[in-house]
Design a protein around this ligand. Structure first.
Ligand code: GLV
Ligand code: GLV
Length: 334
């Protein structure tokens, strides 16, 4: 019998077609995520799940999946999955690293440029008629921002995404410092980076960009103390996970101008409510968690999700296995 997989959202067809060669596929086809009771109900009868970062895969769900052997996550981050419990139950968990690094780095640079050159504010200025009302087509002090050349970019987390951001910094003439769990000497030479401690990074950077996964260690790693270390002229960019920043502290920092601004693609709770304090501030740019949102990348992510499932089906260790210790508990395959 073919194994059954439940897919919690319609992912690009190219990936689905590959999966269909080996699995019987059922898809949640609404735009919004499946409610918890649907996931609980579906997981009882499937051998595999394809999940998104919006699906909380906790111990409840995992314990309910008596036949569940693999979760193929359509994302690089997997903080929505209780990995410890999955491992204990012999459930393989895979993700989609690498293929989205370039897209997320592009968005990071889009945010850096948007906040430092006030693009969103300027667009609003034109559309709402403030430009016309100013009675001048050009003014020496209209919408002045910060130039990037000669400034310092501080990267927190030098994994695949952080390195891609660092690589692109050269074109803008920025010097790059980084702080990371693991020092990456080979990249230091290749991209001209300098390794520093977190405090030094916060003190010296004109732009701070976060690229760490959300873990117990990184949750709220940027709070009041850290924001106070930053220059008053500096900008904070986050395309990783909202919970890495203490959001209340950030709102305070932005209101009281401890820093110049922030550009955020991720939030403590998503979707960000319309009336959230961040939406009331002018010195922020907000995007709705679209770091990997290009046609090219989403297609590659879907193919990777399929490749992980297919390798497992064939009794091979999936190429992007997250919980490697699971191998000792159960062999791959159904
Ligand atoms: C997106 O946030 C991802 O983790 O892929
Ligand atoms: C700006 O448009 C300039 O001509 O300097």
């Amino acid at each position: 019998m073919r194994p059954r997989v439940y897919i919690t959202r319609r992912i690009p067809e190219k990936g689905l077609n590959k999966i269909r060669e080996f699995y019987d596929v059922e898809i949640w086809s609404e735009y919004f995520p499946p409610p918890k009771d649907i996931i609980l109900q579906k997981v009882e009868n499937v051998d595999a799940l394809v999940t998104l970062l919006t699906d909380p895969i906790d111990a409840d769900v995992l314990n309910r999946g008596k036949k569940l052997r693999i979760i193929s996550q359509y994302a690089v981050g997997f903080d929505n999955i209780d990995i410890e419990t999955a491992t204990r139950l012999g459930i393989y968990v895979t993700n989609t690293p690498g293929v989205l690094a370039n897209a997320v780095a592009d968005l990071t640079w889009a945010l850096i440029l948007s906040i430092t050159r006030r693009i969103v504010e300027a667009d609003k200025f034109v559309r709402t008629g403030s430009w016309e009302a100013s009675k001048t087509g050009w003014h020496p002090t209209m919408m002045l921002g910060m130039e990037l050349r000669g400034k310092t970019l501080g990267i927190i987390g030098l994994g695949k995404i952080g390195s891609e951001v660092a690589k692109k910094a050269k074109c803008f003439g920025m010097s790059v410092i980084y702080y990371s769990r693991r020092r990456r000497k080979e990249l230091e030479e290749e991209y001209g980076l300098r390794y520093v401690g977190l405090e030094t990074l916060l003190r010296e950077s004109d732009v701070v960009s976060i690229h760490v996964p959300l873990t117990k260690e990184t949750e709220s790693m940027i709070g009041e103390k850290e924001l106070k270390l930053m220059k008053r002229t500096a900008y904070l960019i986050n395309t990783s996970r909202g919970r890495v920043i203490d959001e209340k502290a950030l709102v305070k920092a932005l209101r009281e101008k401890w820093i110049a601004g922030a550009a955020l693609d991720v939030f403590w709770n998503e979707p960000l409510p319309k009336n959230h304090p961040l939406t009331k501030l002018d010195n922020v740019v907000l995007t709705p968690h679209i770091g990997s949102a290009t046609n090219e990348t989403r297609e590659k992510m879907a193919e990777m999700v399929a490749e992980n499932l297919i390798a497992f089906y064939k009794g091979e260790i999936p190429p992007n296995l997250v919980n490697k210790e699971v191998i000792k508990i159960r062999e791959p395959g159904f």
